[in-house]
Ligand binder design. Structure first.
Ligand code: NAP
Length: 310
């Protein structure tokens, strides 16, 4: 039987995904009609991105699963017309990209590379940066990305504390959960990395009270989601010097408006949501594997828990 697979992740992404998906389907010996345009009643699987024009899933009566190309799913979890299973993206390329971005920015602040760059004036000032073992790092959100980043940082010698909803163990990491665990995780965080999803339970988690629990001079690195942080509270903490620097990749409004105070702030680094990107070659393999599983009556990988919102 030929499967009808709708690519509903936009014409621009179609250029990148068409070939890897076709090759993956052929390798898996799945006979498929992959297209940007199919009769909804005939569609078996939807390859999706939340910025898609497709927002009403009601006519897709035969669809067995919606396979999202993004890791973050806050743009689709509240869609009441979506009754089919929703799988999110867990892609080795995405994970590797995040590990590199987080490690790079943590090392920048750990080694105070900015200080060296600002001292290119003939001054022979032999300041000695601490070793990683003297720089506790906390990661909030210890899922696919947070756990991989934690392990890379542990490998470099940083003492890493992780905080997650269920506090699942991760090798070499002090794992915490709950409100008390959060207080403890914040109080030791010389560098705080945010890798939580945006859900009702995580919005504004980093508010004035949370910021006040960080050690004086802490650094925040946020590649998770913009709404995790109360922006006014962060700006106040930067003004007072309680937070030394914030490196922010994600924002409440994207693109970050040109007049937003973050752009001009001397102790904020803005990157334009580039911490990590889904890579077509590896992501296509994940999509094909889920279609194979669907056809073999095996459980789908990376299913979203719609009640939890991630
Ligand atoms: P994931 O595997 O679903 O992990 C999410 C983690 O957050 C889990 O450890 C989970 O706890 C924890 N969590 C969720 N709600 C919580 C709560 N209320 N309290 C405490 N912990 C909570 O997600 P992922 O693949 O690592 O991705 C994380 C996020 O990164 C994505 O949702 C997305 O927002 C962001 N992201 C950004 C970029 C970028 O380029 N900037 C790229 C990709 C992803 P449990 O382990 O207990 O479930």
């Amino acid at each position: 039987m030929t499967l009808n697979i709708l690519f509903a992740a936009g014409a621009a992404r179609w250029q990148d995904y068409q070939m890897p998906l076709r090759e993956g389907l052929a390798e898996a010996e799945i006979d498929a009609n992959l297209s940007l345009d199919l009769d909804p009643a005939e569609v078996d699987y939807i390859v999706y991105a939340p910025d898609s024009d497709l927002q009403d899933f009601t006519p897709y009566t035969r669809c067995k699963a919606v396979l999202n190309l993004w890791a973050g799913v806050e743009g689709i979890t509240n869609n009441a017309t979506l009754t089919q299973p929703l799988a999110r993206m867990v892609d080795p390329g995405l994970t590797q990209g995040m590990v590199e971005w987080v490690t790079g920015h943590v090392l920048r602040h750990h080694l105070d590379i900015d200080y060296a760059l600002a001292r290119q004036d003939g001054t022979w000032d032999r300041y000695v940066p601490p070793l990683a073992s003297d720089r506790p790092v906390t990661i909030l959100g210890m899922g696919e990305l947070g756990a991989a980043c934690a392990q890379a940082l542990v490998g470099l010698g940083f003492p890493v504390t992780g905080w997650s909803r269920r506090g699942k163990a991760v090798d070499g990491v002090t794992m915490l959960s709950g409100d008390e665990g959060l207080d403890e995780a914040l109080s030791s965080a010389q560098i705080l990395v945010l890798l939580l999803p945006k859900t009702p339970g995580t919005v504004n988690l980093i508010d004035a009270a949370a910021l006040s629990k960080l050690p004086e001079g802490a650094v925040i690195v946020n590649p998770g989601r913009g709404p995790l942080i109360d922006d006014d509270a962060l700006l106040a903490a930067l003004e007072s010097g309680h937070v030394r620097h914030a490196t922010l990749d994600v924002f409440r409004v994207e693109p970050l408006p040109a007049d937003h105070p973050y752009w001009a702030h001397p102790r904020v680094t803005v990157t334009p949501h580039i911490a990590s990107e889904t890579r077509a070659a590896s992501a296509a393999r994940v999509v094909v594997e889920n279609i194979r599983r669907g056809e073999a009556d095996e459980p789908f990988l990376h299913l979203v828990d719609r009640d939890q919102g991630y």
